[in-house]
Design a binder for this molecule. Structure first.
Ligand code: IPM
Ligand code: MG
Length: 367
């Protein structure tokens, strides 16, 4: 299979971390795993600087004609006061909408090797392995009407809206994912207050009937935030609407020891989009300090979901685990006695381990 990947490095540490993810994908290709072609395009602040738009038409065209998109990060302090149409985040939101992926998968797992990096006691997060399934194209992010009203003073307003088909399709993704895991879906809402949430709960319950082998429970979003701290092992798949998912997925990332560790996949649309959950981290940009593992693990998700190369995806995850167990650390996950490495050196460790594994695997199959 030929994979055509559009790489959108973006802003801040985006270019540094995507370089390492591409390095790893090249290795899969060079070891004979699959045929991959890359092309780069502009997004976010980098695109505003060069073209005046955070999502230039050339970028959108490139993405629309690819098998998948691999994105770094967007945003930076110089755009804090930019007009709405020139905000880097606008480029990302428009891209998500154009590609149509409504299901954002954000795995949040505790890595044994990083237990002491997390703010939690090791016994609380041991074996935590949660998949946040965040609805990505609805809710307050995109609901209309939205805007400002001028009436003596200004008011700002947004609309939270979900239709039954929108809820149904994201619930299907969550239940399907649960079948490959521990067969439990926890649906998050605020059904004690919001109409959207009452509808959400009703539709999710209806969809659950089609998955009798998967357990379903419902929690309010505020209680969910608390359970994530007190008893995170109670969760397997966490199904949420857009804004709740934005917040809870950052919270859940703390199990991984650092936001830099968390990958994401956006699927279900015309073109799949992969990006680490972390932002552009302007304070450390250009210093080769950023953690590339979230981007590398996003590349693994790309192989799993778009290319259906489950074995290669697992090999990348295993190579990441190897690098952590061997004590290699970027600054965000540094521990006493570990080997502090740069962004590219971390990529090299993962890449070399992966190359070793893949070469012996393919050599074995060639015999
Ligand atoms: C994320 C980010 C984005 C979001 C921003 C950058 C628009 O926080 O991917 O979680 O809110 O979805
Ligand atoms: Mg976020």
């Amino acid at each position: 299979m030929e994979l055509r990947i559009t790489v959108l490095p973006g802003d801040g540490v985006g270019p540094e971390v995507t370089r390492e993810a591409v390095k790893v994908l090249r290795t899969v290709r060079d070891c004979g795993g699959c045929d991959v072609q890359f092309r780069e395009a502009l997004i976010g602040g980098a695109a505003v600087r060069q073209t005046g738009s955070p999502l230039p038409p050339a970028t959108l065209d490139a993405c629309q004609s690819s098998s998948a998109v691999l994105l770094g990060a967007v945003g930076g302090p110089e755009f804090d006061n930019a007009p709405a149409h020139q905000r880097p985040e606008k480029g990302l939101l428009e891209l998500r909408q154009a590609l149509g992926g409504f299901a954002n998968l954000r795995p949040a797992r505790a890595w044994d090797a990083l237990a002491s990096c997390s703010p939690f006691r090791p016994e609380v997060i041991k074996d935590v392995d949660i998949l946040v399934v965040r609805e990505l194209l609805g809710g307050l992010y995109f609901g209309e009407p939205r805007g400002y009203l001028q009436n003596g003073h200004r008011s700002g307003y947004n609309t939270m809206r979900y239709s039954e088909p929108e809820i149904e399709r994201i619930a299907d993704v969550a239940f399907t994912a649960a079948r490959t895991r521990r067969r439990k879906v926890t649906s998050v809402d605020k059904a004690n207050v919001l109409e959207t949430s009452r509808l959400w709960r009703e539709v999710v319950t209806r969809v659950a009937a089609r998955y009798p082998d998967v357990a379903l429970d419902h929690v309010y979003v505020d209680a969910c935030a608390m359970y994530l701290c007190t008893n995170p092992r109670r969760f397997d798949v966490l199904l949420t609407e857009n804004l709740f998912g934005d917040i809870l997925s950052d919270q859940a990332s703390t199990f991984s020891g650092s936001l830099g560790m968390v990958p994401s996949a956006t699927i279900g649309g015309r073109i799949d989009l992969y990006e680490p959950v972390h932002g552009s981290a302007p304070d450390i940009a250009g210093q080769s300090k950023a953690n590339p593992l979230g981007a590398i693990l996003s590349a693994a998700m790309l192989l799993r979901h778009t290319a259906k190369l489950e074995r290669e995806a697992q090999q990348i995850e295993e190579a990441v685990e190897f690098a952590l167990r061997a004590g290699f650390r970027t600054a965000d996950i540094a521990q006493p006695g570990c080997t502090l490495v740069s962004t590219s050196a971390m990529g090299d460790v993962v890449e070399r381990r992966l190359a070793d594994k893949l070469q012996s695997q393919y050599a074995f199959h060639a015999v």
